[in-house]
Ligand binder design. Structure first.
Ligand code: SF4
Ligand code: SF4
Length: 225
């Protein structure tokens, strides 16, 4: 059966009427900033201190867009008679975001928690070369990485935090002891100086027998004696 003339128009108007009363979902970016989930995949931040240059991220990246250069350095033995060690020193760490497909594999495979997602996404460039972010820029992105979610109540403290607290407590105790020692030393020095000063004070000169030819002492009030 052929549709009634004008039924298509009526259907279209019905859809318009139904949706025109609903809340709009269009985000007016860039006039209004979008509300993104904190774990959005915007850009990758590098926490350089944790990176051991193991190259795992660069090897696993499906796009081969992570560039790492490093050299080896010899570290002297920690104790006399010990062996020298060698360690990798990072020279370059860059990610080409014009190639990156935001799969997150590099972040997943990093065994040392050196890479993090940041929700920042406003880094469009007119020159494609500018989309290769070098280590300084990747480090700056770390400031935009949100803090991890709070632990469940009653959860065990992570061992990294416990170890960091222990080290901080030890340092604080050593500092307090050093300060107390310095104060005690300063006090002892001040006491020794005070004692030396007291011993060096001049004694009262003894009265000498008066010289018979000497002039008689004048009266301080001006009168004759
Ligand atoms: S997110 Fe994926 S594509 Fe991008 S750098 Fe990491 S591993 Fe490579
Ligand atoms: S996997 Fe992690 S530690 Fe290894 S090179 Fe990449 S960022 Fe550095």
């Amino acid at each position: 059966m052929s549709p009634l003339p004008g039924s298509g128009l009526a259907k279209g108007l019905a859809v318009t009427l139904r949706t025109m009363t609903k809340k709009t979902v269009t985000a007016q970016y860039p006039d209004a900033q979008p509300e993104l989930p904190p774990r959005s995949r915007g850009v990758i931040g590098l926490f350089e201190e944790n990176c051991t240059v193991c190259m795992l991220c660069a090897r696993e990246c499906p796009d081969w867009c992570i560039y790492i250069d490093s050299h080896k350095e010899t570290v002297p033995a920690a104790a006399p008679g010990g062996r020298e060690r060698s360690r990798n020193v990072l020279d370059r760490f860059a990610i080409d975001f014009s190639l990156c497909m935001y799969c997150g594999i590099c972040i997943e495979v990093c065994p040392f928690d050196a890479l993090f997602w940041s929700p920042e996404f406003e880094y469009a460039e007119t020159d494609i070369h500018e989309l290769t972010h070098e280590r300084d820029k990747l480090r700056d992105w770390m400031w935009t990485v949100p803090a991890p979610p709070a632990l469940d109540p009653g959860a065990e403290e992570p061992k990294e935090i416990a170890a960091a607290r222990k080290t901080a407590d030890k340092l604080a105790a050593a500092e307090a002891q050093e300060q107390a020692e310095a104060e005690a030393q300063a006090e002892a020095q001040a006491e020794a100086q005070a004692r030396a000063g007291a011993q060096a004070e001049p004694t009262e000169p003894q009265a000498r027998p008066s010289d018979p030819q000497a002039e008689p002492p004048t009266d301080p009030r001006g009168g004759a004696s």
